[in-house]
Design a protein around this ligand. Structure first.
Ligand SMILES: [Zn+2]
Ligand SMILES: [Zn+2]
Length: 646
């Protein structure tokens, strides 16, 4: 019998008959794996479990735990939804139905009919019914003409439009139940694997994303192998909605986005500004301790500066158009780096002066399409906690350790306990696309790796992901909902020192080029605060809270005392408000609770006589009466130590 060799992920090799399927391989490994298997990766390509494997190959059985397995599952769910829709709305026409990060969608044309919430419920119920039939997904390879004939009979112009682009190629159709789709695959074995189904919403989407084409209806849905996983996911979606920084930003009066000012141009309201300034003060102070020097640079610069750095015209599409001033052109600053290089160049540097660490909260401007703008996370104007370190090659590793240490401190202080890092290195098989000398790269990558090891980072190395000017480290944090955000970056740069002819005089009396480290722990303050709002659901740690405490007198008779309490809090450097409105105390408490103020200090006649305050903690309620000075001392200490708990 004709045999082929299959290499499994653990490196072991097994012999199978030529034409063996992924399903048979899974079965031969274990019954459990066969039950869990959704698809198979053959030399890295995801395929149906039922497709015969004809040659020696590296094979990995894909389950729900694998991204590719989940994608095949969700894309198969899109087919199931299409089958349900076709049975409820005969004559429905279908665009595309891909898997997305979590879930799937399908674009469809129902003529004049707009999908309602009731329709979604009906489609969902029908999907459950069809899933229970456990129909296999069957691959069917056909000639192009046959496929065109099928969709012409069916009258689906969208599939015919897709087929136009595939002219002359072999076509695959997939059948499941009563539904047939033009599709490259891969699919899971059968619809019965889809156990828990939720259709989420409907949106409009132009065919092929082109506004000249017809607007189709896009139905989003998500499916899971168990009801529990679906329930957990829906709960997370609810939580994400509750924590949405755009909603909380308005409710808590943190920032304002208004078309009167312009899309993507946030206005920081007083409470949001306090958070922002607290973060800046914290980082400034840490940078000062670590020998950083502050600089301030203008918001626009001569276009020639960005031509020299290469930011123009290479990143032209993400910048605002140049501004004509007399006979010169200026650019809204897209990057702070070229400005900082001028600071370095402003005087001669010797090897003894290095490292030079320049820092600025530098505001930059980027052009984003209106449709891409999103709250604070995608804006047209943002402030980077930017810094450039000009170092000698022999200082690189120590400086990288220092930068990593600062980033660890920042994330730890803000309560991001889980973070991962990616070391992005160049592709050694394709070295000509990178600037800088070969031996510089070799050493920089070694330095980065040694620094990452010395600082005990949890890292992965990504080959081929480096910038053209040098390798980098990216930091990814997990928020309270388990979502991953890419935050700070650290980049090593060998190209800008050449372009700007940066020099220092070495101990040998010769001129040398420094290396630049670009780094920003927060990245963009706007985006970072957007993430913080969602991470904390607007309930910030004390040192960031816009108001630490509000004093609530029970009647007018305690107003004077309440003002004294507030004055004492302000004198201690704390942020306090007072609510002297003529309202019932219960009403005031409920209202301040929604503003998420950490402490309420209720003062009645007893507190006034005893020089105390009755403390209420946000979400926890009454904590009893405390002497005024003791409360202030306790609060001051929690703010000073940046305590994460109230
Ligand atoms: Zn498909
Ligand atoms: Zn830079």
């Amino acid at each position: 019998m004709d045999q082929i060799t299959i290499t499994l992920p653990d490196g072991s090799k097994r012999s199978y008959d030529r034409g063996v399927t992924g399903a048979q391989i899974a079965e031969s490994i274990s019954k459990g794996l066969a039950r869990e298997a959704l698809a198979v990766a053959v030399n890295g390509d995801t395929r149906d479990l039922a497709r015969p494997i004809q040659n020696d190959a590296a094979v990995r059985i894909l389950t729900w735990k694998d991204d590719e397995g989940r994608r095949a599952y969700w894309h198969s769910s899109a087919h199931l939804m299409a089958e349900a829709i076709e049975s409820l709305f005969p004559g429905a026409k279908f665009g595309i139905g891909p898997a997305i990060d979590i879930g799937f969608y399908y674009d469809l044309d129902l003529g004049d009919h707009s999908i309602t919430q009731d329709d979604l419920a009906r489609i969902e119920a029908r999907m459950v019914e069809l899933a229970q039939r456990d129909s296999p997904y069957r691959r069917d390879e056909q000639g192009w003409d046959q496929a065109v004939a099928y969709f012409t009979r069916k009258g689906d112009q969208y599939k015919l439009d897709l087929l136009e682009g595939l002219k002359g190629q072999p076509i695959s159709l997939y059948h499941s139940g009563e539904f047939t789709d033009l599709c490259a695959g891969p699919h899971i074995p059968s619809t019965g694997r889809i156990k828990a189904i939720k259709l989420l919403n409907v949106a409009g989407a132009y065919w092929r994303g082109n506004e000249k084409n017809k607007m189709l209806q896009r139905i989003y849905g998500v499916t899971f192998p168990t009801q529990k996983e679906l329930d957990d996911h829906l709960h997370r979606l609810e939580e994400a909605k509750r924590r949405d920084h755009r909603k909380l930003g308005a409710e808590l009066e943190l920032f304002l986005l208004t078309p009167i000012v312009g899309g993507g141009l946030p206005i920081w309201l007083p409470k949001g500004t306090i958070i922002r300034e607290s973060l800046e003060t914290f980082l400034r102070e840490e940078q000062r301790k670590r020998g950083y020097l502050p600089v301030v640079t203008p918001h626009i610069g001569n276009l020639n500066l960005y031509k020299k750095s290469g930011h123009y015209p290479y990143y032209k599409d993400s910048q605002f158009a140049p501004i004509q001033v007399e006979d010169e052109q200026y650019l809204l600053k897209p990057m702070n780096c070229p400005h900082h290089h001028q600071v370095y160049l402003a005087k001669p540097r010797s090897y003894r002066d290095l490292p030079v660490r320049l820092a600025e909260f530098g505001t930059v401007y980027r052009y984003e399409q209106s449709g891409e703008l999103n709250g604070l996370t995608r804006v047209r104007c943002f402030t980077q906690d930017d810094s450039h370190l000009y170092v000698r090659q022999d200082q690189l590793k120590d400086e990288l350790c220092g930068v990593i240490d600062l980033i660890q401190l920042v994330f730890g202080t803000l309560g991001f306990k889980d973070f991962k890092t990616r070391l992005s290195f160049r592709d050694p098989g394709n070295t000509e696309k990178y600037g800088g000398a070969d031996e510089q790269w070799v050493q920089a990558e070694r330095d980065i790796k040694e620094a990452a090891d010395a600082m005990k980072l949890d890292y992965k190395i990504a080959i081929g992901e480096a910038a053209f000017y040098g390798p980098k480290i990216d930091f990814m944090v997990q928020d309270a909902l388990g979502r991953t955000w890419q935050l700070g970056t650290v980049q090593v740069d060998y190209v800008m020192p050449e372009r700007f002819e940066l020099e220092y005089t070495g101990s040998d009396g010769q001129k040398h080029r420094p290396v630049i480290i670009h780094r920003a722990p927060f990245g963009s303050l706007e985006r970072f605060i957007g993430i913080l709002i969602e991470h904390y659901a607007g309930e910030f740690p004390l040192w960031l809270a816009p108001v630490h405490a509000v004093v609530l007198p029970i009647t007018d008779a305690q107003s004077a005392y309440a003002r004294d309490v507030r004055a004492a809090l302000l004198a201690a450097g704390l942020r306090a408000e007072i609510d002297e409105r003529n309202e019932k105390i219960g009403y005031k408490i409920r209202e301040w609770e929604t503003k998420k103020v950490p402490y309420m200090l209720v003062v009645g006649e007893k507190e006034k006589q005893g020089n105390t305050v009755a403390v209420r903690r946000h979400k926890e309620g009454d904590k009893g009466a405390v002497a005024q000075e003791d409360f202030i001392r306790m609060l001051r200490e929690k703010v000073d130590t940046k305590s994460l708990t109230l």
